[in-house]
Design a protein around this ligand. Sequence first.
Ligand SMILES: CCCCCCCCCCCC(=O)SCCNC(=O)CCNC(=O)[C@H](O)C(C)(C)COP(=O)(O)OP(=O)(O)OC[C@H]1O[C@@H](n2cnc3c(N)ncnc32)[C@H](O)[C@@H]1OP(=O)(O)O
Length: 264
Amino acid sequence: MLRHGLQMARGLCQLLSDKFSVGLHRNIMKHLLPINATGHAWSPLRNIRAVTQMAPWPFSSSQPRDYSLPNASWSAEMQRLYDQYSSMCEVETEGSEKKKGAWRRLPSYNRTLKYATGGRCLSRMLQAKARLFTRNIEEQGAGFEYVVFINKEEKTCVCVFQAGHLLEGPPGHVHGGAIATIIDSVTGTHATYISGPVMTANLTINYRSPIPLGSVVLVHSALDKVEGRKTFISCQVTSSDGAKLHTEATGLFVSINVSHLFGA
Ligand SMILES: CCCCCCCCCCCC(=O)SCCNC(=O)CCNC(=O)[C@H](O)C(C)(C)COP(=O)(O)OP(=O)(O)OC[C@H]1O[C@@H](n2cnc3c(N)ncnc32)[C@H](O)[C@@H]1OP(=O)(O)O
């Protein structure tokens, strides 16, 4: 019991204090530790905080499956768009010197926590069967096939999304809830990139034209403004050539302390 408690505390510390591999959480500690009336950071984890500063949090070398990489289910159009955005991404060159590129592909796992150093034990103890909603269909191509790219200079985001046959709503077309899901995921990821840990407070969606099942669409996400804890994002889902507007949305994301996720 005590051993499990210590393991959990250590895993939690690493989770809360270090960076995601996608580099989203430079500011995580400031979000994590609320300041009380006396001006001191409050945290039940305060006493073990020093330990966490020793431990970097790269993903483990056990080669977790990155769901945003191409697979056999991808259509030629999906692959073409993946190649197009990948060609504009930063790349590691020889001597690990980075060639500058404005875009960055974000990896995507079905349970990020499981693949973080120190997170394996924690992932067993916290809702062990939990999986990311968009990444829990095993059959390739049946559900959400998508890859997210961030433009670090323009602070925009693009997702290439191929909707599989299990996402049907109206016959032959994508379910509105599935469209909302991909929009929430992309804009939520975008807001996290901008502001650190957030939760969706409001998502307003206008469905303009149906999305055929199996087609490839682009989800464009743009930062409107940041006001204190509030990050406002707008989003458009278009055909892959950009000619047809399928869906428009706006989202409000509120910054949270990670303790919010634990009921604090
Ligand atoms: C690596 C990454 C991979 C990530 C890959 C995965 C990405 C998936 C992303 C999925 C994201 C989700 O679906 S998240 C799940 C769905 N969302 C939720 O379950 C959230 C449930 N709601 C909440 O927990 C809470 O209401 C919060 C956290 C949103 C806000 O609560 P709070 O922290 O107490 O803040 P509160 O004081 O109420 O509000 C702060 C400010 O926001 C405003 N505000 C709050 N809610 C609203 C609202 N609905 N509409 C307008 N304004 C609002 C308030 O007026 C206030 O403005 P002012 O007075 O300061 O001006």
